[in-house]
Write a protein that binds this ligand. Structure first.
Ligand SMILES: NC(=O)c1ccc[n+]([C@@H]2O[C@H](COP(=O)([O-])OP(=O)(O)OC[C@H]3O[C@@H](n4cnc5c(N)ncnc54)[C@H](OP(=O)(O)O)[C@@H]3O)[C@@H](O)[C@H]2O)c1
Length: 325
């Protein structure tokens, strides 16, 4: 059998998530961190040294133009995703772009159009979709064993250090709980129940206008509802609970990251553990590598339609809570 082609990665924006991604990449076969790009040369140099990257660039475009880079991971704040992704796509680089894919649907459409025009792979880095426990839950829900979902409850809440200059709080960078963490409960509803027929949403805000909390109810046919929540004001259980006609599937605390799953069915309860040897970003990356090797331009899992639908819902919620960027 032929040895798979080594995928040479570049990372743009060397913040918190870039470090986690760089750690996980080291665990994947036939894949290397080749280049990193920061707005500051010293930062790029020290990141490259820490993770054994060959090249350290002091601007993003130089990385995008490097002919040895196969794929770029975009790890900048949300408000730069569109521009950074389009720049890389126009250099014919495959792009894995952090969530949320962009700031609104118009931006997402622009990114997809450029990917299509250049015939290059573009995928939103919604890592949860690729995690073993989440794939297990999707399979269980599809199996028919538990009947249809009658209600979904999913929340994500934590108390970040208040720093109005950080991207989490800064309005110009797309700050606020909805786009940062509310996207995960919404992703859970979309990936299991689909797009809602209609939705309700209420939010509270910090003084600078970014949302501190967002409570949502998604309405589906036959009275099925999803109760979803994001908050920066309290540590919540951060679970996803699927109430089904014949049982209940609960993704335990930290449902968006590697977690355990408890199933209650026929009066019996079982908890399922999943062996995950990495932080969890390796799963989406290995999937992306395989797509790239087989010259695909879209993921069959995290496809463009899914990213569009996800952003359509986020836009809808923002409209209801009157959150404008
Ligand atoms: N999938 C996940 O689990 C996960 C987790 C956390 C975050 N994220 C997503 O990843 C993205 C980055 O999040 P993060 O927590 O890593 O953010 P972060 O720590 O603030 O890092 C973002 C990086 O973007 C670059 N950047 C470019 N222009 C900037 C500007 N004007 N202000 C601030 N930074 C700027 C900086 O890198 P240089 O200085 O090197 O240029 C900065 O270090 C966000 O879209 C977020 O939603 C995903």
């Amino acid at each position: 059998m032929n040895t798979p082609k080594t995928i040479r990665w570049g990372i743009i924006g060397l913040g918190k998530i870039a470090n986690k991604f760089a750690k996980d990449i080291q665990t994947i076969d036939h894949c290397e961190l080749y280049a990193v790009a920061s707005r500051h040369q010293e930062k790029a140099n020290s990141f490259a040294k820490q993770y054994n990257a060959t090249k350290a660039y002091a601007n993003y475009e130089s990385l995008a133009a490097d002919p040895h880079v196969d794929a770029v991971y975009i790890a900048t704040p949300h408000s730069f995703h569109k521009a950074n992704a389009i720049m890389c796509l126009n250099h014919k680089k495959a792009v894995l772009c952090e969530k949320p894919f962009a700031m609104n649907l118009q931006e997402v459409e622009a990114m997809i159009a450029v990917a299509k025009a250049n015939n290059v792979l573009l995928m939103e880095a919604l890592w949860t979709y690729f995690l073993p426990h989440y794939q297990f839950v999707l399979k269980e829900l599809k199996s028919g064993k538990y009947g249809a979902i009658t209600k979904l409850e999913a929340d994500f809440g934590f108390k970040p250090k208040i720093d109005m200059e950080s991207r989490v709080f800064k309005k110009s960078l797309g700050g606020g709980s909805l786009l940062d963490i509310g996207i995960y409960p919404i992703f859970t509803a979309l990936s299991t129940l689909g797009k809602p027929v209609d939705l309700e949403a209420k939010a509270t805000f910090f003084d600078n206008g970014v949302d501190a909390t967002c409570d949502m109810i998604f309405n589906y046919n036959n009275g099925v509802k999803a109760f979803l929540k994001s908050t920066f004001l309290e540590e919540t259980s951060s679970e996803a609970v699927f109430h089904c006609e014949r049982g209940r599937i609960k993704i335990n605390s930290g449902f968006h990251r590697p977690s355990t799953v408890t199933i209650t069915n026929d009066g019996k309860q079982s908890t399922h553990d999943f062996e995950v040897k990495t932080i969890g970003y390796s799963y989406e990356t290995a999937h992306f590598n395989a797509l790239l090797r087989s010259h695909k331009t879209e993921s069959p899992i995290m496809n463009h339609k899914f990213s569009r639908d996800l952003m359509f819902i986020l836009d809808d919620v923002r409209h209801l809570i009157n959150l404008k960027y």
